[in-house]
Design a protein around this ligand. Structure first.
Ligand code: PLP
Length: 383
């Protein structure tokens, strides 16, 4: 019999630690266990009813056909306005492509600029999908460990003639760090010197607690080399809608759109109609959600302060805590799940540089969070 094989690119692909943990939590709940999930990056923000209504109206109005592969002009114009307001950068809507979530925008960006064997620098700890998406695009991820702050010098040391791009995420998942303006300027000049693309993932930019983040696309000369990945998932409580975008310097969109045409074709038009409505509601919704998460991370940080063997500081953004723990983070995460019924991720899910940390996603309700904090404080890190 002919032996049929699975392609190397799939065989070597690691499962997503966050998605895998969500599935374990689902299975455990299905078998009757009451698990508090502090593991998934899916905030407990229900989509605003006005956004849902916009999708319904669109569906009933006949938006049940293919849409434009780049995205509906009305949504791309709204996104361009949003970018101008946030970063001060004026994008032509033709340089914006609507994608099913930020994850696909990242994949499209990498597919667009990475040749087989190109190296892409990825600061760590960093989001779980960067390495796998680089590999799917044929590239080689080069993890660079950064302790507490973004370190341009470490990136410089990791560069080789094969380096084509650096992925920068600010605010960072999992640490909540916001890359400062001077570090971002340092990165931009490094990218200029070595002719690198900057893939900038700004999906948590609306959740920065100490003022706006530094956007590389707004820094002199960086616009031409920055690919901006963004999403409505986290900002608007719309993870399940799968709606994101890629904003690019002129000249690239006409290539990237062919990838969209031959893969997903388009994002469903009624989802895009919901996106237009969400962006119209930005001024009302975003400050409200930001304040809710700020209060929650402050409360949780305080709640964990006295726990022996655990060191937790307030993040500058987002809804993740990344406390340091004394001991093996994988064993501790397992004990918390088995004994405390609390699901968290070991820091090493975000790269080796995450060793000695846990990631707690405060995406549950305040009530569940209080129960979790009580259990952790009473049982201690090693329970
Ligand atoms: N970037 C980061 C840093 C993330 O944490 C996530 C989701 O967890 C994404 C991008 C992609 O989110 P989505 O595909 O839901 O837009």
């Amino acid at each position: 019999m002919v032996q049929l094989g699975v392609a190397q690119r799939f065989r070597t692909l690691k499962p997503s630690a966050t998605v895998e943990m969500s599935e374990r939590v689902r299975d455990a709940r299905a078998s009757g266990r009451e698990i508090i999930a502090l593991s998934s990056g899916d905030p407990n923000v229900p989509t605003d009813p006005r956004i849902i209504e916009a999708a319904e109206v669109s569906l009933h109005g006949g938006a049940t056909h293919y849409s434009s592969s780049s995205g509906e002009p009305s949504l791309r114009e709204s996104i361009a306005r949003r970018e101008l307001l946030r970063s001060g950068v004026r994008y032509d809507p033709d340089d914006i492509i609507v994608t099913p979530g930020g994850k696909f925008a990242l994949l499209a960006a990498l597919m667009g600029v990475i040749e087989p064997g190109d190296e892409v620098v990825v600061p760590q700890p960093g989001w779980v999908s960067y390495g796998p998406c680089i590999r799917l695009a044929g590239g080689v991820p080069v993890p660079v460990a950064m302790a507490d702050a973004f370190d341009v010098e470490s990136i410089r040391k990791a560069l080789t003639p094969a380096t084509r791009a650096v992925i920068v995420n600010s605010p960072v998942n999992p640490t909540g760090t916001v890359v400062g303006r001077s570090e971002m300027c340092g990165l931009v000049s490094l990218a200029e010197q070595h002719n690198l693309w900057i893939v900038f993932d700004q999906v948590y930019a609306d959740m920065s607690y100490n003022g706006p983040v530094a956007f590389p696309q707004a820094i002199d000369n960086a616009f031409e080399r920055t690919l901006v990945v963004d999403s409505l998932s986290k900002s608007f409580g719309m993870t399940g809608w799968r709606l994101g975008y890629l904003a690019m310097p002129p000249g690239l969109a006409k290539y990237v759109v062919k990838f969209i045409q031959h893969s997903i074709y388009c994002v469903p038009p009624f989802i895009q109609a919901a996106g237009v409505r969400a962006l119209e509601l930005s001024d009302e919704l975003l400050p409200r959600y930001r304040e809710m998460f700020r209060a929650r991370v402050a409360r949780a940080t305080e709640g964990l302060q006295g726990v022996e063997g655990l060191l937790c500081t307030m993040p500058s953004a987002g809804f993740f805590l990344f406390p340091q723990v004394d001991g093996d983070e994988v064993a501790i995460a397992r004990r918390w799940l088995d004994v405390l019924n609390i699901a968290v991720l070991p820091g090493t899910a975000f790269g080796d540089a995450g060793a000695g940390h846990l990631r707690l996603s405060l995406s549950c309700s305040d009530e569940e969070l209080d129960v979790a904090l009580d259990r952790i404080s009473s049982a201690g890190v090693y329970c």
